[in-house]
Design a protein around this ligand. Structure first.
Ligand code: PBG
Length: 337
């Protein structure tokens, strides 16, 4: 940062000189948004002819495979190239076994998208088990000191299997979100052994145990059936710990690190960006999205203005990439000015 003391004070210095003319404002603008910054989350489910709007996430849908590519085409038309897939499987069990099947919902979705759009789009896959387990937790459970908890080390091998299966189906990037210790290292070696040493990993490195995931859990039909995720996701009160999590993931081979959620954690995004020379992603999560939509529907805020301000703030904080349900709206607004 430049030293502000070098500039003379008022009346020699008048910051308003650079604000009076909109064209000058444009010249000196520090942060810009582009549809190429966005990753659009998509929810795919089994069935036919389904395009079911998620009530708490207007403009976002549960899609069956036959309706998926229309949604991708619409987003692509607006300039969005990157998509992250979440699956709602037909069946759930204690170990989330439907996540590992070659004909699993996400595996089929990858192939469906790839067939039509080939290399014109980027397909990312969220790697976790909460959508596939009947208990809604992010891995296999065990009893430990009288508490039921996710068994970290037993979950790693099935997580690796899930990633390899998505890689084989044609995923372009792997995004593990379960906050298991050692997950990035295990996935990196599993992918390498399976011949996918060039496949990048975007790790949900600093993922907080957040109330802002509420609408997503409705969308993905994945709320935990007992307890919460505080045993593996981070305490919202902690900042230094996020830097430790990010450092571990980079050491284990993460190519991109994510902070999630975004808005209550802009300070974390900035600290990660300042500390590590690595691309940073931020997940503008479902609850953050729903609040904007709800307030806008009540006429309490200007949706376009607030959305673009929020997305700009996430970039200004240091994010290079934004996962957001606003992607289509924002891309449309950026296009039409
Ligand atoms: C876990 C996962 C979650 C989200 C993305 N991946 C849910 C959770 O951790 O409970 C939340 C995203 C959002 O709220 O938009 N598979």
């Amino acid at each position: 940062m430049a030293d502000n003391n070098v500039s003379p004070s008022f009346p020699t210095t008048r910051p308003r000189r650079l604000r009076a003319n909109p064209l000058v404002r444009e010249l000196v603008r520090e942060t810009s948004l582009d549809a190429g910054d966005f990753i659009l989350p998509l929810f795919v489910r089994t069935g036919h002819g389904i395009r079911q709007e998620i009530s708490s996430m207007p403009g976002n849908y549960q899609l069956s495979l036959d309706r998926l590519n229309d949604e991708v085409a619409e987003a692509k038309e607006l300039g969005i190239r990157s998509f992250i897939l979440f699956g709602i499987p037909a069946t759930k069990d204690a170990t989330g076994s439907s996540a590992l099947r070659d004909d699993g919902i996400v595996q089929q979705a990858i192939r469906t998208m790839r067939e039509q759009f080939q290399r014109d789009i980027l397909i990312l896959t969220d790697e976790c088990f909460c959508e596939y387990t009947n208990h809604g937790h992010c891995g296999i459970l065990h009893e430990k000191t009288g508490r039921t908890d996710v068994d970290n080390d037993a979950t790693l091998p099935i997580l690796v299997q899930q990633c390899v299966s998505h890689a084989e189906a044609g995923a372009d990037m792997i995004a593990p979100s379960g906050m298991m210790d050692g997950m990035v290292g295990a996935i990196r070696s599993g992918l390498d052994e399976a011949g996918f040493s060039d496949l990048p990993i975007m790790s949900y490195a600093a993922k907080y145990a957040s109330g802002f995931y509420g609408p997503f859990r409705e969308a993905a039909e994945s709320p935990p059936q007992f307890g919460d995720r505080g045993g593996y996701q981070m305490d919202p009160a902690n900042g230094d710990e996020a830097l430790r999590e990010v450092a571990l993931d980079i050491n284990e081979g993460a190519d991109i690190v994510m902070v999630k959620p975004a808005l209550s954690y802009l300070d974390i995004i900035r600290r990660v960006k300042d500390r590590f020379a690595i691309p940073v992603a931020a997940y503008n999560v479902s609850g953050e999205f729903a609040m904007v939509k709800a307030a806008a529907r009540n006429g309490w805020i200007d949706e376009r203005r607030v959305t673009l301000e929020i997305l700009t703030s996430i970039k200004r904080a240091g994010a290079d990439i934004i996962l957001t349900y606003h992607a289509k709206d924002a891309a449309r607004w950026l296009k039409t000015g």
